[in-house]
Structures are given as structure tokens and as C-alpha cells.
Design a protein around this ligand. Structure first.
Ligand code: IVH
Length: 668
């Protein structure tokens, strides 16, 4: 092995190890910046010496191929489902059947959480990932290899020296509750359809024909079962799981070795309790006989094994009654109906209220005061009315209509969005002001600690605050007389308010409360405009040119910044000293870099590629010189490629180029 190949192999190995520490163990050893440096060095070396690129290189997770449709992949061993036990009795029945078979009242079992995602299979030949598929109908799945390769928790090559000739493993692809909420927020801002729950989000994200889209989704995986394995044998399931761990797979930390009926039942109860605080959705537990010999002897029914069972948790739907409907006024004046419910327990919490969203939703489901409804709580999502049980509707109910006057200030409301929503357009409506200030002070906005709901209420009611800037004029003496205010907390609050003047631009933009602009778009706007002054000049064309901003959002931003009152408000903030600029370089990670594109790219035009790098701050040049940072070479690249090699300029193929962009994008 020559020095170049040696360096490349070592870099690949080092990156694999850090990848594993970061994504699987959640315990990184080096900083992001250090990781980036290594990653870029590998890209550069592979660019110069493409003969040493291997498909299992950490730079080759994102491919450039766009599929027309998924191919089919047959499972060598069918992917079975599990029989269900709906309560403790049925779990005990299962255990009784096991004991009857083994004759051992203390049969060893493995308990695992039943992850609520998408079952997949991964195939490794000689330790290298060669294919991955969805469960499909259990016999044939879809070939989603390119998409699965983008999951950093999936090793592209097994760790260690010893592994089987053929290793098939099965696991569950999931999206955490937190990432699900964030993903949906972003989709809402972009005007895209929302995912109903984390499982749908995971399925939708994995089944993308363009693997670059999958790569951007926060997919995770846990491995829990074997497929076909050649050249290795295991005695029991627990040993299999431990071995998987040392090959670099992510195994669920809640998996537990159990012995006997009592431990099994306790595990079921414990997991049902823990369900709430787990970062991802589970819908039950899976109990498996540990001994693989016994598993084999017990065998399978048509579609389910006799040696395993799913212990399902209670459904998270309940029936309850709507006692009354309140109307809340948001910071943009939109009226939101909220149902007050006869309290019910769902999955360990008491639910008393549920949002009914808007007039449209109420009419579609014909929700009335007095109705009995089916209520569901899925994941961390707010309780939602699934449907009205019309058979149980009490006599004398009437269709519900939102009021014609604002319940807070009494002004007449207006219908917007073609009657979907109703809005109070009175500018001085105290509800809007209070909610606007609450939003302004919130963590993702100006992050003013101590400015909670009750305080805002008092500040507005006492007439101390009529606009955002009034906050910055408050003195501790003004606050001290208020209810529940000690001298010390007055000083603390004024200090917190003052400290908020230093918030970075994206938070200030978010704080303004522009309709349709959440945290995600605020960041995009900050990166794009760089200052409040520039944002004030925003025009529709400039806005719609930004990826992620559609016509409706652009219009709402222009409307907001051209409104005289809003302009006064922003100018006033600026004269209070709140006028952040985007720190140079942070948003434009490729600033100062020069790219040259040559040859035919498979997946995009050269112009599109140029735009991509320009968006990230780089220059695209037509000719190669010693100052060129990267040459991106497509097919049939000619003299520019030669020149790059002569000048020792790193050359990237299309895949490596996309990986590089991906690396930079995820870091901003
Ligand atoms: S083992 C023969 N273990 O549940 C055993 N499955 O109805 C096959 N699942 O499609 C699966 N968590 O997608 C197993 N810890 C776990 C699981 C699990 C979730 C899913 C899996 C399968 C379904 C079975």
C-alpha cells in the first residue's frame, strides 16, 4: 500500500469511528470542526486519487442518482409479523405456552420496546452493506438501498475484523418525537402537507426516489432481528444483539434479558410507564424466547412466530364529552376555538382541553357543544378530535359558529382565507398585544427569562407596555409595585430585558411575529438579508427566489414589512440598539472558495451546480488555476480536469460534490 492509499484508508477508518461515536453511541470524542476538517481532507484526497474511492467510504453516503421507481427486493427469509397480546392476561397465556414447550418455568426471554416505525432489512456481504429494503408484504420489499445508506447510524462496513460471509439484519427506521414536531413545523412554514405522526414521517422520508431528500430527514434506526446469516452462528438472541453492537449497529438500550413470568409482566408495566418520557414512539413491547434452538423448534404459524409476541399498550384514544368551547385570540388576531372536555386519562395524562383549530375544521367534523367525541393522543402531539360519535349526540345541540365579535376587545371580526379562519383586526386588541409580547419574549425569540404570562398580562393591563420597545424603557421601580414582584425580581427582569438586545438576527426576525414566519424561515431570512434594514426592503421577487419561500409566505412578509405601523415598530427597536447583523461567514460556509465545473453532470446542469455553490458563498469560475479550491468533474471532462491534476487541485466527482454540500448545509 502506498502512502496515499494508506492516508485515505486511515481517514476513512477514523471518520467511521467518529461517526459511530457520534451517531450510534451519542458520545463524540472530537469537535464538529475537527470532524469537518477530517471529512474535507478525505474528500480532497479522494478527489485527487479517485482510484482509491470505495463505495463504503464515509464520503459516499449520498448518491446522485434519481430513481424512477423502487426496484423490488425479495427477502431470503420472510419478514414475519408478531401475534399480539392485548393485556397482561394474554401475555401470561403466551408464557404458559412457552413453559409447556420448554418444561422450564424460568425460561429466559428478551424484552424489547416495540418501536413504532418502519421495518427494514440490511444486507452485508463480506462486511460491506450491499442492499437494504423495506418490509413490504413480508416476502418482497422495496429496494431503498440508496436512502438507507444516508442514515449515519447504519454502518456502511462492519466494525472489527471478524464477520460472517453474509449477514442480514432487520430493524426499525424511526423519527423521534422531537424531530417529528420540528419537521412538521418546517413543512407548515413551507406550505407542505403535514405528517400525521412520527411513523408516517419516517415512512414518507424513507420512501423518497431522491436520496438527497432522505438524507435531509432526521431518520434513525434500531436493529433487533436476524435475517439470513452464513458463516456465523449464535446460541441465543441476547448474544446476537451484543454481537451486533460490536459490529457497529445501534441497539436499543431498553432491551432486557428476562427470566420467568413475573419479570416479563414487570417489564411490560415498566415500559408502559416509560413510554411517555422516551424520545420516540413505542406502541408496546416485544417478548422473544432467548434460546435460538427453542425458537427453531417452536417454529412459525403462517405469518407469526410461536416464540415471540407483541405486548400492546392500551390505545391512546378515549371517548369524552365537549362541555363548552372557548375562543382564544392569537397574536395575529386569529380566533382559535378550544374545546373544554370532561377530563379523561389517555396514556397516563389527564386531558381537559383540545384545540378545534378553526371554523372549517368544526364544520367538517360538525363538532357541537355537548357532543361525545373520540379523542386521540399520538406521540407528543396535542390531543386531537378524531370524530364526533353522532349516535350519542344529545338532543337540542346546535352547529357551532365562531363569534362575530372578538371575545377580548369586542371588535367585529373578519373572515380570512376564504372563510377558513376568522380574525380580529382591531390593532389595539389587548389579546393580540399580550400574545405578541409573549411571543417576543419566548425562548426562540428574544429569550427574556422571567417575562411570563402573568407578568405580561399585568404589564399590558396596567398600560406599562403598549409596544415591544416599551419593554426596554421599563425601570425596576415601575415593576416593583406590581403584584407578585419583589424588588429583586424587578431588577432581574430589567436585566434580562436589557440582555436580550444582543440577540442574533434570526431570533429578532422570529420575534417580530411576521405571519407564517416560524423559527425555520426566520433563519433563512436572516441568512439571506443579513440585517433588519435589508429585510425592510424585501420585495416579492427577491423572496420567492429563495428556496423554501412560496408565494403566500412572500406576500405575507412583504405585507408585514410595508405596513407603516410595523415599520415604525422595527425602527423603534433599532433605535433601542436592537439591530443585529449576521456575523460574516457563519451563513455562507463556502465563502472565499472557488469552484470550477467541467464535463457533464448526471443529475443537474452545470448552471444549477454553480448556483448551489454561489448560494453558499462560493465563486464559480470558468478556468482552473492554482487558486481554485475544487474542480467538480462530470463525465467526459477534458483539459480542465488535466490541468487540475497537474496543479494538484482537488477533483470531486458528482457524488463527492453532493456530499460536500450536504456536510456544509447540515452545519449551518
Ligand atoms: S421482531 C419475528 N422486534 O413490529 C420477529 N419487531 O408485527 C419479527 N417491531 O414489522 C420482528 N419493534 O417492524 C421485532 N423490537 C422489535 C420490534 C419489532 C418493532 C415491528 C416490526 C414488525 C412488527 C411486527
Amino acid at each position: 500500500m502506498n502512502a496515499v492509499e494508506k492516508e485515505i484508508r486511515e481517514l476513512q477508518q477514523t471518520l467511521r469511528e467518529h461517526n459511530y461515536r457520534y451517531y450510534v453511541l451519542d458520545d463524540p470524542l472530537i469537535s464538529d470542526a475537527e470532524y469537518d476538517r477530517l471529512f474535507r481532507r478525505l474528500l480532497e484526497m479522494e478527489g485527487r486519487y479517485p482510484e482509491y474511492i470505495t463505495p463504503d467510504s464515509p464520503t459516499h453516503r449520498v448518491g446522485a442518482e434519481l430513481l424512477q421507481n423502487f426496484g423490488a427486493l425479495e427477502h431470503r427469509i420472510p419478514m414475519l409479523s408478531l401475534a399480539n397480546a392485548l393485556n397482561e392476561e394474554e401475555l401470561k397465556d403466551f408464557y404458559t405456552r412457552i413453559v409447556k414447550f420448554t418444561g422450564d418455568p424460568c425460561t429466559k426471554l428478551v424484552g424489547e420496546p416495540k418501536l413504532d416505525g418502519l421495518g427494514v432489512e440490511l444486507i452485508y456481504e463480506k462486511g460491506v452493506l450491499v442492499a437494504g429494503s423495506t418490509r413490504g408484504d413480508g416476502y418482497t420489499g422495496e429496494d431503498v438501498t440508496a436512502n438507507l445508506r444516508t442514515l449515519r447510524q447504519i454502518p456502511l462496513r462492519l466494525q472489527g475484523r471478524d464477520f460472517p460471509e453474509l449477514l442480514e439484519v432487520r430493524g426499525e427506521v424511526i423519527i423521534s418525537k422531537e424531530n417529528f414536531v420540528r419537521l412538521n413545523k418546517e413543512r407548515e412554514e413551507k406550505g407542505e402537507k403535514l405528517f400525521a405522526n412520527p411513523r408516517n414521517a419516517a415512512a414518507g422520508s424513507l420512501r423518497q426516489l431522491d436520496s438527497r431528500i432522505s438524507a435531509k430527514r432526521p431518520l434513525e434506526i434500531f436493529i433487533y432481528a436476524p435475517g439470513k446469516i452464513e458463516g456465523w452462528s449464535f446460541k441465543n438472541h441476547w448474544e446476537f444483539l451484543q454481537q451486533l453492537k460490536s459490529w457497529g449497529f445501534r441497539i436499543n438500550s431498553m432491551n432486557t434479558l428476562l427470566q420467568g413470568e413475573t419479570e416479563m409482566i414487570n417489564y411490560f408495566r415498566e415500559m408502559e410507564e416509560r413510554r411517555e418520557i422516551l424520545p420516540y414512539d413505542i406502541d408496546g413491547i416485544v417478548i422473544k424466547v432467548n434460546d435460538l434452538m427453542i425458537q427453531e423448534k417452536m417454529g412459525v404459524r403462517t405469518r407469526t412466530p410461536r416464540w415471540a409476541i407483541a405486548g400492546k399498550f392500551k390505545a391512546r384514544q378515549e371517548v369524552t364529552q365537549i362541555e363548552s368551547i372557548d375562543v382564544q385570540v392569537g397574536r395575529s388576531g386569529i380566533l382559535t376555538p378550544v374545546a373544554n372536555l370532561r377530563p379523561v386519562h389517555i396514556g397516563g395524562v389527564t386531558v381537559r382541553r383540545a384545540t378545534l383549530h378553526n371554523q372549517d375544521e368544526i364544520e367538517r367534523k360538525d363538532i357541537r357543544v355537548g357532543d361525545w367525541i373520540i379523542l386521540e393522543r399520538a406521540g407528543d402531539v396535542i390531543p386531537k378530535v378524531i370524530k364526533v360519535i353522532e349516535e350519542r349526540r344529545p338532543a337540542g345541540t346546535e352547529p357551532y359558529r365562531l363569534p362575530e365579535h372578538c371575545p377580548v376587545c369586542g371588535a367585529k371580526v373578519q373572515q380570512i382565507d376564504g372563510g377558513v379562519a376568522v380574525k380580529c383586526v382591531h390593532r389595539e386588541c389587548p389579546a393580540q398585544l399580550k400574545n405578541g409580547i409573549r411571543h417576543f419574549a419566548s425562548k426562540a425569540a428574544m429569550d427574556i427569562e422571567g417575562l411570563g404570562e402573568k407578568i405580561v398580562e399585568q404589564l399590558v393591563d396596567e398600560g406599562l407596555v403598549r409596544a415591544f420597545t416599551d419593554l426596554y424603557r421599563l425601570r425596576a421601580e415601575d415593576l416593583a409595585p406590581l403584584e407578585r414582584f419583589a424588588a429583586r425580581s424587578s431588577v432581574k427582569l430589567t436585566e434580562a430585558i436589557r440582555a436580550s438586545k444582543k440577540r442574533p438576527l434570526k431570533h429578532v426576525i422570529y420575534a417580530l411575529g411576521i405571519p407564517n414566519v416560524g423559527e425555520y424561515l426566520a433563519r433563512i431570512l436572516a441568512e439571506h438579508f443579513g440585517s433588519l434594514d435589508a429585510l425592510l426592503q424585501a420585495e416579492t421577487e427577491a423572496l420567492t427566489a429563495i428556496e423554501d419561500i412560496g408565494d403566500i409566505v412572500a406576500e405575507s412578509i412583504v405585507k408585514f414589512v410595508s405596513d407603516p405601523d410595523n415599520r415604525v415598530m422595527i425602527k423603534a427597536l433599532q433605535s433601542e440598539g436592537i439591530d443585529p447583523r449576521l456575523e460574516k461567514g457563519s451563513a455562507l460556509p463556502l465563502k472565499g472558495k472557488t469552484f470550477v465545473f467541467t464535463g457533464t453532470l448526471k443529475d443537474m446542469t452545470r448552471d444549477a451546480a454553480k448556483e448551489l455553490v454561489q448560494e453558499l458563498g462560493a465563486r464559480a469560475s470558468g478556468s482552473v488555476s492554482a487558486k481554485t479550491d475544487y474542480v467538480v468533474a462530470g463525465e467526459e471532462a477534458g483539459s480542465k480536469l488535466e490541468k487540475a491534476r497537474k496543479l494538484n487541485v482537488p477533483v470531486l466527482d458528482e457524488t463527492a460534490f453532493l456530499s460536500l454540500l450536504e456536510e456544509y448545509r447540515t452545519k449551518t
